[in-house]
Design a protein around this ligand. Structure first.
Ligand SMILES: [Zn+2]
Length: 406
């Protein structure tokens, strides 16, 4: 058992030498770092003494996030809690007191390019062959506006996909990244190429996905802090994350819904203060924090239109001054609202068009080769924590059991 513990401590970057028990858990909806501290007898001052930016990045830990705890004689001696794909909070007991720091998350990246012949639907067949539901979701999302799968696909049509997936402890970590995809409709190929984080068809035309508008007028605001999943802070000597974009503006400046959707949260949310969350469908949500007040009439369940005023800039919660903290959440992961998603439609420059054409030709060659060699997806099914997950064979990490006691 000591070996299992040691391996787990090593994989997780847990530095506690004397831990004799490691547990994992999933963050519950509504749970906060403060309530977690209370439950484990960690002084709340540890949280309140953190810089505001750290309090903010820990303000909204996504429900379902998997975390690890090390115990020594029933006392929590270390907590590792991811706040993004890249960064985790580490709370540890040292020199007679609890301390706080952050650590990069170790992961491996696997890459696969494969062809499958469709038997059922693209979604079903991708899940069946790769075990990755998130990959199927991603595939369906990117083609959503250009192909009607229910009408145009025939049995035997081919699908080629090239993607990357981060893996951690034998499990997919974060969303898959599709580099290129081809699907036949009645034996005719349709391509989508990921170029600079956006999807283009064979003609170099961007396929409309999800458009956001700036939530505060540019004439009335400026970006005071950009999105960063992991940024080195030279004075604190550790990494910190900023999982949204901050727009500094005067108190009372109107905040607009960035896209059509439905309000799924309105109220005070820990360090975020007065907050609204809007669900836009297809797994996308936006979050607006530190609001001074909400627009009257906006309530849970309200349908809102892109550009509609939902509230006003303020400084509620843990905020250093009036600003809007704006987040874009894609299937549980906070992503950069400014680069991952187009703010405006714009076309490629001549130089970009040349670059895109070169990329397209190399991908087409790869697709032909994949089909010619009939390269199948890699998949191994294992059972972990009672649920079926896909583990790709090359992943070097071992799989820990959920709870190991010496
Ligand atoms: Zn912020």
């Amino acid at each position: 058992m000591r070996n299992i513990i040691t391996t787990l401590l090593f994989i997780l970057n847990l530095n506690t030498l004397y831990a004799n028990q490691v547990e994992s858990g999933y963050w519950k909806s509504g749970e906060t770092l403060l309530s977690f501290f209370e439950k484990h007898n960690i002084p709340q001052s540890l949280y309140y003494n953190l810089p505001k930016e750290d309090q903010e990045s820990a303000a909204d830990i996504y429900a379902g996030t998997r975390y690890f705890m090390a115990y020594q004689d029933e006392k929590l001696v270390e907590l590792l809690l991811p706040i993004s794909d890249e960064l985790q909070i580490k709370v540890y007991y040292k020199d007679g007191k609890y301390q706080f720091t952050t650590l990069p998350i170790a992961y491996t990246t696997i890459e696969d390019t494969f062809v499958i012949e469709l038997e059922n639907s693209p979604y079903y067949d991708i899940v069946k062959h790769t075990g990755l539901r998130s990959l199927a979701d991603e595939f369906v999302t990117i083609f959503k506006n250009s192909i009607d799968f229910s009408r145009n696909i025939r049995k035997g049509d081919k699908l080629v996909l090239s993607y990357e997936q981060k893996m951690r402890l034998g499990k997919p970590h974060g969303s898959p990244h599709i580099k290129m995809a081809m699907i036949e409709t009645n034996k005719k190929p349709n391509y989508l190429i990921n170029y600079k984080g956006r999807y283009f068809n064979e003609k170099g035309i961007e396929i409309e996905g999800f458009y956001l508008m700036r939530p505060v007028d540019s004439s009335k605001s400026w970006i005071s802090s950009h999105f960063s999943p992991k940024r080195w802070h030279p004075i604190l000597k550790r990494y910190r994350a900023h999982l949204g974009v901050d727009y500094a503006a005067n108190t009372g400046t109107p905040i607009k819904a960035a896209a059509d959707g439905r309000v799924v949260f309105i109220g005070t949310k820990g360090g975020y203060g007065k907050t609204i969350e809007i669900d836009h469908g297809n797994g996308f949500k936006t979050l607006y924090a530190h609001m001074n007040n909400y627009r009257s009439g906006i309530k849970n369940g309200s349908r809102v239109k892109r550009g509609q005023i939902i509230g006003y800039v303020g400084s509620t919660g843990l905020s250093t001054g009036p600003h809007l903290h704006f987040e874009l959440i894609r299937r549980g992961t906070r992503i950069n609202p400014l680069s991952a998603i187009k703010i405006e439609k714009d076309s490629l420059s001549d130089e970009e068009k040349r670059e895109f054409q070169a990329l397209l030709s190399s991908y087409k060659a790869k697709i032909e080769q994949t089909i010619a060699q009939n390269i199948k997806p890699k998949k191994i099914d294992i059972f972990l924590d009672g649920e079926q997950v896909a583990l790709i064979a090359q992943t070097p990490l071992q799989t820990p059991s959920k709870k190991e006691k010496i």
